[in-house]
Design a protein around this ligand. Structure first.
Ligand SMILES: Nc1nc2c(c(=O)[nH]1)N[C@H]1C(S)=C(S)[C@@H](COP(=O)(O)O)O[C@H]1N2
Ligand SMILES: [Mo]
Length: 301
């Protein structure tokens, strides 16, 4: 059973009540229809079956634009303006497009997708994301067959993001996927969590989430999606190529140069709770292992 830290009604409590209610009447309501959640069953892995609390998901973050401490994104992002917000999809496409975040959110209905986020630092959370497949958005631009990779760019706005006034990373934050990884149905454009709009510290108004890769592959506050011919260099590869490769699949058999990746700490269970074993592809191997058949994942780390 879930323990609630607050007596007040948290989004998590409302959410769980609503889920139970929806289940009990056997109906889907609005955007969190249980019967239309294709990915719910693949979401939970091994001994972890509980959702991480809303409080933990929104107060323990990595978002270097707002500072490098875990509490910094929550503290420093509350005034961040996510309106107006424009996203361009360009590069090796026949039909480049520019859409506002509102247009994207209304054009592509969000559904609940419960996926575990596993950070390269060795902790994880199970998050009830709201979102839709990135492939749906990419289907609007007519991708040329010269496009082999997708590059994601986060917003650059040092006036609002004080972390960007320091060269902790190569700004703007950039990430990339191979085109087949980007087109995989579980690669998600995230629009919310716990049935609500996405909090600023989690990457509002739109972020990417790639369930089988380390958390850093999932760029927040994206403004550009570029189809490209060559493998892009992500901000993390640029800052430390020995530590961060392009693929960055969750892989307990490949250690980070400075620490093991064999286990992870489940956020919310307390520091005394035993760590759990990290699974290959973060537990989503049934869905994605075929993308890497024949590849040496120690070399392509
Ligand atoms: N733009 C941007 N995106 C980012 C990051 C960042 O610093 N800037 N951090 C990454 C890392 S390391 C992780 S683990 C996840 C954390 O997502 P969360 O705070 O929503 O749990 O966001 C990723 N996306
Ligand atoms: Mo991370």
């Amino acid at each position: 059973m879930k323990k609630y830290k607050h007596s007040e009604i948290t989004p998590e409590l409302i959410y769980n009540k609503r889920r139970k209610f929806i289940k009990s009447i056997g109906l889907g309501v609005g955007s969190i229809s249980l019967s239309s959640i294709p990915f719910l069953n693949t979401a939970y892995s091994q001994n972890k079956t509980e959702l991480t609390s809303y409080e933990d998901i929104t107060s323990y973050n990595n978002y270097y634009e707002f500072g490098t401490g875990k509490k910094d994104p929550f503290k420093n992002s509350q005034e961040f303006k996510t309106k107006p917000w424009i996203v361009t999809i360009e590069g090796e496409v026949d039909n480049p497009i520019t859409l506002s975040a509102e247009e994207i959110i209304s054009l592509f209905p969000s559904e609940e997708r419960v996926y575990k986020l596993r950070c390269v630092e060795g902790w994880s959370m199970v998050i009830p994301w709201m979102g839709f497949s990135l492939s749906k958005l990419l289907s609007k631009v007519s991708i040329k067959n010269t496009a082999k990779f997708v590059e994601f760019e986060s917003v650059y706005d040092p006036d609002q993001m004080k972390g960007q006034r320091y060269p902790v990373l190569n700004w703007p934050y950039r990430e990339g996927l191979r085109i087949d990884e980007a087109m995989h149905p579980i690669t998600t454009v995230v629009t919310g969590l716990y049935g609500k709009a996405l909090p600023n510290q989690n990457g509002a108004p739109l972020r990417i989430f790639v369930p089988w890769k380390y958390g850093f592959k999932s760029a927040k506050a994206i403004v550009k999606i570029k189809l490209v011919k060559k493998m892009p260099t992500s901000s993390w590869m640029r800052s430390s190529p020995r530590e961060y490769g392009f693929y960055s699949n969750v892989n307990p058999n490949v250690s980070h140069p400075r620490w093991s990746q064999a286990t992870e700490r489940v956020i919310g269970e307390g520091i005394l709770a035993p760590r759990i074993e990290t699974e290959m592809f973060n537990g989503y191997g049934d869905e994605v292992a075929n993308l890497y058949s024949g590849m040496n994942l120690k070399i392509n780390f």
